[in-house]
Design a protein around this ligand. Sequence first.
Ligand code: HAM
Length: 422
Amino acid sequence: MLQAKAPKGTRDILPSEAYKWRYVEKVFSKLCETYNYKEIRTPVFEHTELFRHSVGDTTDIVQKEMYTFTDKGGRSITLRPEGTAGVVRSYIENGMDSLPQPVKLYYNIAAYRYENVQKGRYREFHQLGVEAFGSASPSVDAEIISILVAFFERLGIKGVELNINSIGCQECRKAYNEKLKEYLKPLVANLCENCRVRYERNPLRTIDCKEKKCREYTAHAPALLDNLCKECGEHFESLKARLDNLEIIYNIDKNIVRGLDYYTKTVFEFISCNVGTQGTICGGGRYDGLVELCGGKPTPGVGFALGVERLLMEMESQDVLIPQPRGVEIYFAAVGGNAVNFAEKLVYMLRKRGISAECDLTGRSLKAQMKHADRIGATYAVVLGDREIESNRCVLKNMKTGEQKDVSLDSVMDRMLTGKMC
Ligand code: HAM
Protein backbone atom coordinates (compact mmCIF):
# COMPACT_ATOMS: atom_id res chain seq x y z
CA MET A 1 0.00 0.00 0.00
CA LEU A 2 1.13 3.56 -0.72
CA GLN A 3 2.55 5.21 2.39
CA ALA A 4 1.29 8.76 2.90
CA LYS A 5 4.63 10.04 4.17
CA ALA A 6 6.70 12.97 2.90
CA PRO A 7 10.32 12.17 1.95
CA LYS A 8 12.86 12.44 4.78
CA GLY A 9 14.03 15.99 5.36
CA THR A 10 10.94 17.60 3.78
CA ARG A 11 7.99 19.13 5.62
CA ASP A 12 4.51 20.29 4.80
CA ILE A 13 3.83 23.87 5.74
CA LEU A 14 0.28 23.58 7.04
CA PRO A 15 -2.21 26.47 7.25
CA SER A 16 -1.46 26.82 10.97
CA GLU A 17 2.14 27.68 9.98
CA ALA A 18 1.79 29.13 6.48
CA TYR A 19 0.56 32.53 7.66
CA LYS A 20 3.80 32.93 9.63
CA TRP A 21 5.80 32.21 6.47
CA ARG A 22 3.73 34.70 4.52
CA TYR A 23 4.31 37.30 7.21
CA VAL A 24 8.12 37.04 7.30
CA GLU A 25 8.29 36.84 3.50
CA LYS A 26 6.20 40.00 3.22
CA VAL A 27 8.25 41.91 5.79
CA PHE A 28 11.42 40.82 3.97
CA SER A 29 10.25 41.81 0.49
CA LYS A 30 8.95 45.17 1.72
CA LEU A 31 12.24 45.89 3.43
CA CYS A 32 14.25 44.86 0.35
CA GLU A 33 12.12 47.14 -1.84
CA THR A 34 12.84 50.00 0.61
CA TYR A 35 16.53 49.35 0.02
CA ASN A 36 15.80 49.36 -3.75
CA TYR A 37 16.43 45.64 -4.25
CA LYS A 38 14.18 44.08 -6.93
CA GLU A 39 12.76 40.57 -6.82
CA ILE A 40 14.22 37.86 -9.05
CA ARG A 41 12.87 34.33 -9.60
CA THR A 42 15.14 31.71 -11.15
CA PRO A 43 14.52 28.01 -11.93
CA VAL A 44 14.51 25.36 -9.22
CA PHE A 45 17.01 23.35 -11.26
CA GLU A 46 20.10 24.34 -13.21
CA HIS A 47 22.85 22.58 -15.16
CA THR A 48 24.97 20.65 -12.66
CA GLU A 49 28.09 22.32 -14.06
CA LEU A 50 26.95 25.68 -12.72
CA PHE A 51 27.08 24.49 -9.10
CA ARG A 52 30.28 22.46 -9.55
CA HIS A 53 31.93 25.52 -10.97
CA SER A 54 30.63 28.15 -8.55
CA VAL A 55 29.99 26.43 -5.22
CA GLY A 56 33.18 24.41 -5.78
CA ASP A 57 34.20 20.82 -6.42
CA THR A 58 35.77 20.32 -3.02
CA THR A 59 32.84 21.61 -0.92
CA ASP A 60 30.55 19.32 1.07
CA ILE A 61 27.62 20.66 -0.93
CA VAL A 62 29.02 19.50 -4.27
CA GLN A 63 30.75 16.38 -3.00
CA LYS A 64 27.93 14.97 -0.89
CA GLU A 65 24.74 16.96 -0.89
CA MET A 66 23.45 17.71 -4.37
CA TYR A 67 20.28 16.23 -5.81
CA THR A 68 21.62 15.47 -9.27
CA PHE A 69 19.94 13.47 -12.03
CA THR A 70 20.15 12.95 -15.76
CA ASP A 71 17.07 14.24 -17.55
CA LYS A 72 15.43 12.50 -20.51
CA GLY A 73 17.60 14.54 -22.88
CA GLY A 74 20.75 13.17 -21.24
CA ARG A 75 21.65 16.45 -19.46
CA SER A 76 23.00 16.47 -15.93
CA ILE A 77 20.61 18.57 -13.87
CA THR A 78 20.77 19.57 -10.19
CA LEU A 79 18.10 20.93 -7.86
CA ARG A 80 19.57 24.19 -6.59
CA PRO A 81 21.41 23.71 -3.30
CA GLU A 82 21.51 27.52 -2.87
CA GLY A 83 20.41 30.66 -4.69
CA THR A 84 23.53 32.63 -5.59
CA ALA A 85 24.73 30.52 -8.54
CA GLY A 86 21.37 30.73 -10.35
CA VAL A 87 21.16 34.50 -9.84
CA VAL A 88 24.73 34.93 -11.15
CA ARG A 89 23.86 32.81 -14.19
CA SER A 90 20.78 34.96 -14.78
CA TYR A 91 22.76 38.22 -14.37
CA ILE A 92 25.11 37.08 -17.13
CA GLU A 93 22.51 35.49 -19.42
CA ASN A 94 20.19 38.50 -19.27
CA GLY A 95 22.93 41.08 -19.84
CA MET A 96 22.29 42.80 -16.52
CA ASP A 97 25.78 44.29 -16.71
CA SER A 98 24.27 46.86 -19.07
CA LEU A 99 21.84 48.05 -16.35
CA PRO A 100 22.81 50.84 -13.95
CA GLN A 101 25.13 49.28 -11.35
CA PRO A 102 24.92 48.06 -8.70
CA VAL A 103 22.14 45.68 -9.74
CA LYS A 104 20.41 44.82 -6.47
CA LEU A 105 18.25 41.69 -6.37
CA TYR A 106 16.38 39.71 -3.73
CA TYR A 107 14.76 36.28 -3.76
CA ASN A 108 12.63 33.83 -1.83
CA ILE A 109 13.43 30.23 -2.78
CA ALA A 110 13.28 26.57 -1.85
CA ALA A 111 16.69 24.87 -1.94
CA TYR A 112 17.75 21.23 -1.74
CA ARG A 113 20.65 19.50 -0.03
CA TYR A 114 21.02 15.82 0.80
CA GLU A 115 22.08 16.44 4.40
CA ASN A 116 21.93 14.54 7.68
CA VAL A 117 18.54 15.66 8.89
CA GLN A 118 18.46 17.20 12.37
CA LYS A 119 17.03 20.20 14.21
CA GLY A 120 17.20 23.14 11.80
CA ARG A 121 18.73 21.07 9.00
CA TYR A 122 16.46 19.78 6.26
CA ARG A 123 16.76 18.41 2.74
CA GLU A 124 14.25 20.86 1.38
CA PHE A 125 14.62 24.26 3.03
CA HIS A 126 13.87 27.86 2.19
CA GLN A 127 16.03 30.92 1.83
CA LEU A 128 15.40 34.65 1.69
CA GLY A 129 18.39 36.26 0.07
CA VAL A 130 19.89 39.24 -1.69
CA GLU A 131 22.67 39.65 -4.25
CA ALA A 132 24.22 42.98 -5.28
CA PHE A 133 26.38 43.11 -8.42
CA GLY A 134 28.73 45.72 -9.82
CA SER A 135 30.21 47.48 -6.80
CA ALA A 136 33.39 46.51 -4.99
CA SER A 137 32.73 49.05 -2.24
CA PRO A 138 32.55 47.81 1.36
CA SER A 139 29.53 50.12 1.63
CA VAL A 140 27.52 47.43 -0.15
CA ASP A 141 28.74 44.78 2.31
CA ALA A 142 27.58 47.07 5.12
CA GLU A 143 24.30 47.78 3.33
CA ILE A 144 23.31 44.13 3.03
CA ILE A 145 24.28 43.48 6.64
CA SER A 146 22.12 46.44 7.64
CA ILE A 147 19.16 44.88 5.78
CA LEU A 148 19.43 41.89 8.11
CA VAL A 149 19.76 43.99 11.24
CA ALA A 150 16.70 46.01 10.19
CA PHE A 151 14.83 42.80 9.31
CA PHE A 152 15.42 41.25 12.74
CA GLU A 153 14.46 44.52 14.39
CA ARG A 154 11.24 44.80 12.39
CA LEU A 155 10.29 41.22 13.25
CA GLY A 156 11.06 41.83 16.92
CA ILE A 157 13.93 39.34 17.14
CA LYS A 158 16.60 40.14 19.70
CA GLY A 159 20.09 38.91 20.49
CA VAL A 160 21.11 37.37 17.17
CA GLU A 161 24.87 37.83 16.90
CA LEU A 162 26.72 39.06 13.85
CA ASN A 163 30.14 37.52 13.21
CA ILE A 164 32.35 38.86 10.43
CA ASN A 165 35.64 37.82 8.87
CA SER A 166 37.66 38.28 5.71
CA ILE A 167 39.02 35.40 3.68
CA GLY A 168 40.88 37.66 1.26
CA CYS A 169 41.32 37.43 -2.49
CA GLN A 170 43.05 34.85 -4.70
CA GLU A 171 46.37 36.62 -4.11
CA CYS A 172 46.42 36.56 -0.32
CA ARG A 173 44.90 33.09 -0.34
CA LYS A 174 47.73 31.69 -2.46
CA ALA A 175 50.31 32.72 0.12
CA TYR A 176 48.03 31.67 2.98
CA ASN A 177 47.39 28.22 1.52
CA GLU A 178 51.13 27.54 1.59
CA LYS A 179 51.24 28.57 5.25
CA LEU A 180 48.22 26.42 6.08
CA LYS A 181 49.67 23.42 4.27
CA GLU A 182 52.87 23.82 6.22
CA TYR A 183 50.85 23.84 9.46
CA LEU A 184 48.77 20.82 8.44
CA LYS A 185 51.66 18.77 7.05
CA PRO A 186 52.33 16.78 10.24
CA LEU A 187 48.56 16.39 10.86
CA VAL A 188 47.28 15.50 7.42
CA ALA A 189 47.32 11.73 7.96
CA ASN A 190 44.86 12.18 10.84
CA LEU A 191 42.31 14.15 8.83
CA CYS A 192 39.23 12.60 7.21
CA GLU A 193 39.47 11.21 3.69
CA ASN A 194 37.85 14.30 2.15
CA CYS A 195 40.19 16.63 3.99
CA ARG A 196 43.22 14.70 2.79
CA VAL A 197 42.09 15.50 -0.76
CA ARG A 198 41.25 19.08 0.26
CA TYR A 199 44.75 19.43 1.71
CA GLU A 200 46.11 19.00 -1.81
CA ARG A 201 43.41 20.76 -3.83
CA ASN A 202 41.94 23.48 -1.59
CA PRO A 203 43.50 23.53 1.90
CA LEU A 204 41.19 26.31 3.18
CA ARG A 205 38.26 23.86 2.93
CA THR A 206 39.74 21.70 5.70
CA ILE A 207 38.89 24.50 8.15
CA ASP A 208 35.22 24.18 7.27
CA CYS A 209 34.98 20.37 7.64
CA LYS A 210 32.05 19.17 9.76
CA GLU A 211 34.02 16.14 11.10
CA LYS A 212 34.80 16.60 14.79
CA LYS A 213 38.38 15.28 14.56
CA CYS A 214 39.19 17.59 11.64
CA ARG A 215 37.79 20.53 13.58
CA GLU A 216 40.09 19.67 16.48
CA TYR A 217 43.15 19.48 14.26
CA THR A 218 42.42 22.75 12.47
CA ALA A 219 41.27 24.71 15.54
CA HIS A 220 44.65 26.43 15.99
CA ALA A 221 45.62 26.72 12.33
CA PRO A 222 46.81 30.14 11.12
CA ALA A 223 43.92 32.47 10.22
CA LEU A 224 43.44 34.06 6.84
CA LEU A 225 42.47 37.32 8.51
CA ASP A 226 46.02 37.63 9.83
CA ASN A 227 47.42 37.10 6.34
CA LEU A 228 45.48 39.52 4.14
CA CYS A 229 47.05 41.55 1.34
CA LYS A 230 46.94 45.36 1.61
CA GLU A 231 43.77 45.80 -0.45
CA CYS A 232 41.81 43.10 1.38
CA GLY A 233 43.01 44.40 4.74
CA GLU A 234 41.80 47.90 3.84
CA HIS A 235 38.46 46.54 2.63
CA PHE A 236 37.93 44.82 5.97
CA GLU A 237 38.92 47.92 7.96
CA SER A 238 36.54 50.00 5.87
CA LEU A 239 33.69 47.53 6.39
CA LYS A 240 34.22 47.72 10.15
CA ALA A 241 34.21 51.53 10.01
CA ARG A 242 30.96 51.51 8.05
CA LEU A 243 29.31 49.10 10.46
CA ASP A 244 30.49 51.27 13.36
CA ASN A 245 28.98 54.28 11.63
CA LEU A 246 25.62 52.47 11.39
CA GLU A 247 26.03 51.40 15.04
CA ILE A 248 25.80 47.74 14.06
CA ILE A 249 27.44 45.52 16.64
CA TYR A 250 29.64 42.66 15.41
CA ASN A 251 32.24 40.16 16.56
CA ILE A 252 35.26 39.21 14.52
CA ASP A 253 35.41 35.45 14.07
CA LYS A 254 38.60 34.37 12.31
CA ASN A 255 37.24 30.85 11.89
CA ILE A 256 34.42 31.71 9.48
CA VAL A 257 35.40 30.42 6.05
CA ARG A 258 31.86 29.47 4.85
CA GLY A 259 30.96 26.25 3.07
CA LEU A 260 31.09 27.59 -0.50
CA ASP A 261 34.16 28.31 -2.61
CA TYR A 262 33.10 31.52 -4.30
CA TYR A 263 33.72 33.91 -1.41
CA THR A 264 36.38 36.62 -1.45
CA LYS A 265 37.11 39.23 1.22
CA THR A 266 34.06 39.70 3.49
CA VAL A 267 32.25 36.70 4.96
CA PHE A 268 29.68 36.90 7.75
CA GLU A 269 27.09 34.91 9.68
CA PHE A 270 24.24 35.68 12.04
CA ILE A 271 24.22 33.16 14.89
CA SER A 272 21.76 32.11 17.57
CA CYS A 273 21.80 29.27 20.08
CA ASN A 274 18.11 28.47 19.39
CA VAL A 275 18.30 27.03 15.90
CA GLY A 276 20.02 23.68 16.24
CA THR A 277 23.60 22.52 16.29
CA GLN A 278 24.82 24.84 13.56
CA GLY A 279 23.26 27.97 14.99
CA THR A 280 23.57 29.89 11.76
CA ILE A 281 20.41 31.71 10.76
CA CYS A 282 22.02 33.52 7.91
CA GLY A 283 25.27 33.51 5.98
CA GLY A 284 26.76 35.61 3.25
CA GLY A 285 29.72 37.44 1.86
CA ARG A 286 31.47 38.92 -1.12
CA TYR A 287 32.23 36.94 -4.31
CA ASP A 288 34.21 39.25 -6.57
CA GLY A 289 35.42 36.52 -8.96
CA LEU A 290 32.19 34.56 -9.40
CA VAL A 291 30.55 36.34 -12.34
CA GLU A 292 33.75 36.01 -14.36
CA LEU A 293 34.15 32.38 -13.30
CA CYS A 294 30.65 31.69 -14.66
CA GLY A 295 31.42 33.26 -18.03
CA GLY A 296 30.57 36.95 -17.46
CA LYS A 297 32.70 40.09 -17.40
CA PRO A 298 34.71 40.71 -14.23
CA THR A 299 32.01 41.97 -11.83
CA PRO A 300 32.14 42.22 -8.06
CA GLY A 301 29.23 40.81 -6.07
CA VAL A 302 28.05 40.40 -2.50
CA GLY A 303 25.00 38.79 -0.91
CA PHE A 304 23.48 36.68 1.82
CA ALA A 305 20.86 33.99 2.35
CA LEU A 306 18.79 33.48 5.45
CA GLY A 307 17.16 30.15 6.35
CA VAL A 308 13.41 30.68 6.81
CA GLU A 309 12.97 27.51 8.92
CA ARG A 310 15.72 28.67 11.27
CA LEU A 311 14.33 32.20 11.37
CA LEU A 312 10.90 30.88 12.43
CA MET A 313 12.52 28.62 15.04
CA GLU A 314 14.26 31.68 16.45
CA MET A 315 11.01 33.66 16.48
CA GLU A 316 9.22 30.83 18.25
CA SER A 317 11.87 30.45 20.91
CA GLN A 318 11.73 34.21 21.54
CA ASP A 319 7.88 34.14 21.64
CA VAL A 320 7.73 36.76 18.91
CA LEU A 321 4.12 37.58 18.07
CA ILE A 322 3.07 37.06 14.47
CA PRO A 323 -0.22 38.71 13.46
CA GLN A 324 -2.89 36.08 12.75
CA PRO A 325 -4.98 36.35 9.58
CA ARG A 326 -8.42 37.88 10.21
CA GLY A 327 -10.47 34.73 9.48
CA VAL A 328 -14.15 34.48 8.57
CA GLU A 329 -16.04 37.68 9.28
CA ILE A 330 -19.61 36.49 8.70
CA TYR A 331 -21.30 33.11 8.40
CA PHE A 332 -24.76 32.66 6.88
CA ALA A 333 -26.60 29.65 8.30
CA ALA A 334 -29.39 28.97 5.82
CA VAL A 335 -32.24 26.42 5.49
CA GLY A 336 -34.67 26.12 2.58
CA GLY A 337 -34.10 26.73 -1.13
CA ASN A 338 -34.73 30.49 -1.16
CA ALA A 339 -32.62 31.15 1.90
CA VAL A 340 -29.74 29.05 0.55
CA ASN A 341 -29.86 30.93 -2.78
CA PHE A 342 -29.91 34.23 -0.96
CA ALA A 343 -27.01 33.23 1.30
CA GLU A 344 -24.85 31.97 -1.57
CA LYS A 345 -25.37 35.17 -3.53
CA LEU A 346 -24.68 37.43 -0.54
CA VAL A 347 -21.54 35.47 0.32
CA TYR A 348 -20.36 35.84 -3.30
CA MET A 349 -21.00 39.61 -3.29
CA LEU A 350 -19.28 40.13 0.06
CA ARG A 351 -16.25 38.10 -1.01
CA LYS A 352 -15.96 40.14 -4.20
CA ARG A 353 -15.75 43.23 -2.00
CA GLY A 354 -13.03 41.71 0.15
CA ILE A 355 -15.11 40.51 3.12
CA SER A 356 -14.45 36.92 4.20
CA ALA A 357 -17.90 35.29 4.28
CA GLU A 358 -18.97 31.64 4.46
CA CYS A 359 -22.09 29.51 4.20
CA ASP A 360 -22.79 25.81 4.45
CA LEU A 361 -21.27 23.54 1.78
CA THR A 362 -22.07 20.12 3.22
CA GLY A 363 -25.83 20.03 3.89
CA ARG A 364 -25.66 20.55 7.66
CA SER A 365 -28.74 21.20 9.79
CA LEU A 366 -29.28 24.75 11.05
CA LYS A 367 -27.99 23.82 14.50
CA ALA A 368 -24.92 22.14 13.01
CA GLN A 369 -24.29 25.19 10.83
CA MET A 370 -24.24 27.49 13.87
CA LYS A 371 -21.89 25.08 15.63
CA HIS A 372 -19.68 25.11 12.56
CA ALA A 373 -19.70 28.94 12.46
CA ASP A 374 -18.41 28.85 16.02
CA ARG A 375 -15.74 26.23 15.27
CA ILE A 376 -14.29 28.15 12.34
CA GLY A 377 -14.16 31.29 14.46
CA ALA A 378 -16.62 33.44 12.46
CA THR A 379 -17.05 36.88 14.03
CA TYR A 380 -20.73 37.24 13.05
CA ALA A 381 -23.46 34.79 12.09
CA VAL A 382 -26.88 35.28 10.51
CA VAL A 383 -29.67 32.68 10.46
CA LEU A 384 -31.69 32.67 7.23
CA GLY A 385 -34.93 30.79 6.60
CA ASP A 386 -38.12 31.43 4.62
CA ARG A 387 -39.36 33.77 7.38
CA GLU A 388 -36.29 36.00 7.17
CA ILE A 389 -36.46 36.18 3.38
CA GLU A 390 -40.17 37.08 3.43
CA SER A 391 -39.90 39.67 6.20
CA ASN A 392 -36.53 41.07 5.10
CA ARG A 393 -35.43 40.96 8.74
CA CYS A 394 -32.78 38.78 10.35
CA VAL A 395 -30.81 38.38 13.55
CA LEU A 396 -27.15 39.37 13.36
CA LYS A 397 -25.25 37.55 16.09
CA ASN A 398 -21.84 38.56 17.35
CA MET A 399 -20.30 35.14 17.95
CA LYS A 400 -17.59 36.51 20.23
CA THR A 401 -19.85 38.44 22.65
CA GLY A 402 -23.14 36.59 22.11
CA GLU A 403 -24.85 39.95 21.43
CA GLN A 404 -27.78 39.75 18.98
CA LYS A 405 -29.42 42.44 16.91
CA ASP A 406 -32.55 42.43 14.78
CA VAL A 407 -31.66 44.15 11.47
CA SER A 408 -33.04 44.40 7.94
CA LEU A 409 -31.58 41.80 5.57
CA ASP A 410 -30.81 44.51 3.04
CA SER A 411 -28.56 46.29 5.52
CA VAL A 412 -26.28 43.30 6.27
CA MET A 413 -24.04 43.88 3.30
CA ASP A 414 -23.62 47.60 4.04
CA ARG A 415 -22.99 46.91 7.70
CA MET A 416 -20.23 44.45 6.82
CA LEU A 417 -18.66 46.78 4.27
CA THR A 418 -18.67 49.81 6.55
CA GLY A 419 -17.86 47.89 9.72
CA LYS A 420 -20.84 49.58 11.40
CA MET A 421 -22.53 46.56 12.90
CA CYS A 422 -24.77 48.31 15.41
P1 HAM B 1 24.62 28.94 3.27
O1 HAM B 1 25.37 29.33 4.49
O2 HAM B 1 24.96 27.63 2.67
O3 HAM B 1 24.86 30.10 2.22
O4 HAM B 1 23.07 28.98 3.56
C1 HAM B 1 22.46 30.14 4.04
C2 HAM B 1 21.44 29.80 5.12
O5 HAM B 1 20.53 28.83 4.63
C3 HAM B 1 22.05 29.15 6.35
O6 HAM B 1 22.55 30.11 7.24
C4 HAM B 1 20.84 28.43 6.94
O7 HAM B 1 20.04 29.32 7.69
C5 HAM B 1 20.08 28.02 5.70
N1 HAM B 1 20.35 26.60 5.40
C6 HAM B 1 21.39 26.08 4.73
N2 HAM B 1 21.29 24.74 4.65
C7 HAM B 1 20.15 24.41 5.31
C8 HAM B 1 19.48 23.19 5.59
N3 HAM B 1 19.95 22.02 5.15
N4 HAM B 1 18.33 23.22 6.30
C9 HAM B 1 17.82 24.40 6.75
N5 HAM B 1 18.42 25.59 6.51
C10 HAM B 1 19.57 25.60 5.80
C11 HAM B 1 24.30 30.12 0.97
O8 HAM B 1 23.44 29.39 0.59
C12 HAM B 1 24.80 31.26 0.12
N6 HAM B 1 24.19 31.18 -1.19
C13 HAM B 1 24.50 32.59 0.78
C14 HAM B 1 24.95 33.75 -0.03
C15 HAM B 1 24.17 34.49 -0.85
N7 HAM B 1 26.17 34.19 -0.10
C16 HAM B 1 26.20 35.22 -0.94
N8 HAM B 1 25.01 35.38 -1.39
